[in-house]
Design a protein around this ligand. Sequence first.
Ligand SMILES: NC(=O)c1ccc[n+]([C@@H]2O[C@H](COP(=O)([O-])OP(=O)(O)OC[C@H]3O[C@@H](n4cnc5c(N)ncnc54)[C@H](O)[C@@H]3O)[C@@H](O)[C@H]2O)c1
Ligand SMILES: [Zn+2]
Length: 361
Amino acid sequence: MKTLTVDLGERSYPIYIGAGLLSQKELLTPYVSGSQVMIVSNDVVAPLYLEQVKKLFVDFQCQHVILPDGEKYKTLSDLNLIYDALLSNHFDRYCTLVALGGGVVGDMTGYAAASYQRGVNFIQIPTTLLSQVDSSVGGKTGVNHALGKNMIGAFHQPSCVIADINTLNTLEDNQLSAGLAEVIKYGFIRLPEFINWYENNIDTLLARDPQALSYAIEVSCQCKAEIVAADELEGGIRALLNLGHTFGHAIESGTGYGNWLHGEAVGIGMLMAADLSCREGWLTDQDVQRVKKIIEASRLPVLLPKIMTYEKFMDLMRVDKKVRDGKINFILYNKLGDAKITHNFSAEHLRQTIEHFQVTK
Ligand SMILES: NC(=O)c1ccc[n+]([C@@H]2O[C@H](COP(=O)([O-])OP(=O)(O)OC[C@H]3O[C@@H](n4cnc5c(N)ncnc54)[C@H](O)[C@@H]3O)[C@@H](O)[C@H]2O)c1
Ligand SMILES: [Zn+2]
């Protein structure tokens, strides 16, 4: 088992990464507050892992609530299912919520924990690669709005994160690839050496080699933990973690939540950011080809869905959280392994980039 720490002073918390952690009761119980535990999961993950996880909480008054599966249910109205379960079971403000599932369950449970009785304790048990390397760490919680992704939310840090890599064995192949998009993101943002490692290990990762997966999760969580510790509320450097996400969020909401996986949208978004950076003269054509090869080899799409025209992108990107004073800020590259936030790019280049990835070309 590997233990990392998100260093946030009194609110610091550990990330445990390893195989078989869901049978280690002693690992978890120190992070439970109060006597009441509400496990939040969904109808895909619960049949696989709920019974096992309930055993970890036999010493507590443990209940569960099962959400419908999928990004399209990451809404305010579905969030009510969690509040309903908490209130009807008389949960007090010392209770603990446990998120058992991928990023959707994690973000929703986190937001329920941030808002229930003005804030209660919560534990993250991420079960997708994407949630183990990204969404379970850092305290961003929330739900979507029909007009914009993750637009309703709060910062609320968990008291611990338990990433059991055995849970990845039941994941669909396309979900594994979606998680890999967030893994390679850390390389593109600030770990040039890790890009090399990733290129040499893509096939091993896709074959779910436990050692390769553990290493990729550790590097990712370490990178995210450092960035979050330096800038918890995203005043500066944390924004770099949104590489590919301005394009990606537009694709996710433009195609209808759930039709494109978050990681798929982020994958092509990072490639589009490379293309735009190249048009600005910051990356070479070879750099862009390298990014494209990595995205393709990770079995992620490199062409846009037809519906994502230039006009559609512009409409959707205007509500992105990185818009400030009417200007769209993008995360672009100084070079591969060194990202920056900027609004200094040509509008014409942005149009060319979007059109370049359209299927009709
Ligand atoms: N909070 C953050 O910082 C942050 C960061 C990145 C992404 N996100 C959010 O995370 C979400 C995406 O997360 P995700 O990719 O985990 O999606 P997800 O939660 O929808 O999970 C993907 C699918 O895999 C299923 N699943 C989960 N664990 C499984 C397992 N072990 N075996 C089999 N199936 C399993 C889920 O039920 C779902 O059908 C998006 O809503 C995104 O906005 C948040
Ligand atoms: Zn993401």
